[in-house]
Ligand binder design. Structure first.
Ligand code: 4NP
Length: 158
């Protein structure tokens, strides 16, 4: 069976999507399913290309046993939308940007992360960049729960 290619998307690729990538990788590794998935993340914006994740995101991740320090930000491209099987947006702005980038034939691949969950009363993972540490704690709680349910959903399909 070919690996399922999954791409996590946020705005800057330095807070939410690299953290989601790290958490999803950890869940896959714990289940010894590395051969079943190809996992990556990117941003819709270009401001942070080549940068490591935000120090606050690195810290919050490490506290949950996830080291994202070696990741580097990149910008999503139209080629990504063709290559990946599932493209996971953190918020409605990301979703809109991805829909504009992709031909209609690829729109079915693009989903909001929190649509895989019944947590919270928002469909969006809030952008923590301009806030304090509380935003990063909330972010990581949402991402852990949602990535677990996303993986269960993808495994349930195969
Ligand atoms: P992210 O957070 O989309 O979760 O990586 C942000 C990072 C940087 C900016 C905005 C959001 N920025 O405006 O530079």
């Amino acid at each position: 069976m070919p690996a399922h290619r999954i791409l996590f998307i946020c705005l800057g690729n330095i807070c939410r999507s690299p953290t989601a990538e790290g958490i999803f990788r950890k869940l896959v590794r714990e289940r010894e399913l590395e051969h079943r998935f190809e996992i990556d993340s990117a941003g819709t914006g270009d401001w942070h290309i080549g940068c490591p994740p935000d120090a606050r995101a690195q810290h919050a991740s490490l506290q949950r046993g996830v080291d994202i320090s070696s990741m580097r930000a990149r910008q999503v491209s139209a080629a990504d939308l063709a290559r990946f099987d599932t493209v996971i947006a953190m918020d409605l702005n990301n979703l809109q940007q991805l829909r504009e980038l992709a031909p209609r034939s690829h729109h079915h691949k693009i989903r909001l992360l929190l649509d895989y969950t019944d947590i919270g009363d928002s469909r969006e993972v809030p952008d923590p960049y301009y806030g304090g540490n509380h935003g990063f704690d909330l972010m990581i709680d949402l991402l852990e729960d949602a990535c677990d349910q996303l993986l269960a959903n993808l495994l349930g399909r195969s």
